[in-house]
Design a protein. Structure first.
Length: 251
């Protein structure tokens, strides 16, 4: 009887140990997943955004085209709400845009509005790095293996209203996730990406005949690995398109 009892006891203790480890990991993961990132006040955010302009940091229009504030025929300023506004009539810059993408052909003025909460990330996009630590959500952990974040312009236009020379854009642009893994990993990694949408609201004067508006976005393209219950593992390429502002093509 003793020979039978010992294996049963050993099996019971092993199962108890494994269960204890799983519970401990679950507690740690939940604590890390629920950590709160300090929030910056509106005044601090506006001051920070103004500092980028004051130091004449280069302003990107696309991944490959940028310019320095105070360059001829360019205007860069921060609105009272913290939004970044860029107006460009510089022929050299407009020609660069036309050469990069046919939709800019014939452009006479370029206008860009970036939402206040995205200004610092937008200006410093080239320095962006994915979080390297594991992130946790329930019994799953996530890690980005590799990827890129690019500044893009959506192909979908934003509806505009015009009253004489006043152009107004009001739109709610959703964040787009390529699959369920993209949604869950972004939430777990706390990458400051809303899972809903961005309200775009802007108004300005334009005498030009044609004004077309598009959402300006961050496009995330990366490989993410999810491990669940210490057993299941999957690695997939996922995409996330995040609206950050409005781009106007004025002809």
């Amino acid at each position: 009887m003793e020979k039978v009892a010992r294996p049963k006891k050993a099996l019971f203790l092993s199962a108890l140990f494994i269960l204890s480890v799983v519970i401990a990991l679950f507690v740690v993961w939940k604590v890390q997943a629920e950590e709160i990132t300090p929030r910056v006040s509106e005044a601090e955010l506006i001051a920070s955004n103004k500092s980028w302009i004051a130091t004449k940091t280069a302003i990107p229009l696309t991944d490959d085209i940028s310019f320095l504030p105070a360059e001829k025929d360019t205007e860069v300023h921060i609105l009272a709400n913290g939004n970044l506004v860029v107006d460009v009539t510089n022929h050299e810059i407009l020609n660069q845009l036309s050469e990069e993408d046919s939709k800019y052909e014939g452009i006479k003025e370029y206008r860009l509005v970036i939402a206040a909460s995205n200004v610092a990330e937008y200006i410093n996009n080239s320095k962006f790095k994915y979080p390297m630590d594991y992130a946790y959500d329930g019994f799953s952990n996530y890690q980005i293996e590799s990827g890129t974040r690019e500044i893009q312009t959506s192909n979908e236009t934003i509806n505009l209203t015009r009253k004489k020379n006043q152009v107004t854009a009001k739109s709610l642009v959703p964040v787009e996730f390529s699959n369920e893994l993209a949604t869950k990993s972004i939430k777990a990694l706390q990458m400051n990406i809303t899972t809903e949408s961005l309200a775009l609201d802007d108004s300005f004067e334009a005498k030009a005949k044609t004004v077309t508006a598009y959402p300006k976005t961050f496009f995330y393209d990366f490989n993410v690995t999810r491990n669940s219950w210490l057993i299941f593992s999957e690695t997939k390429q996922v995409n996330v398109s995040v609206p950050i502002g409005i781009e106007y093509i004025i002809k």
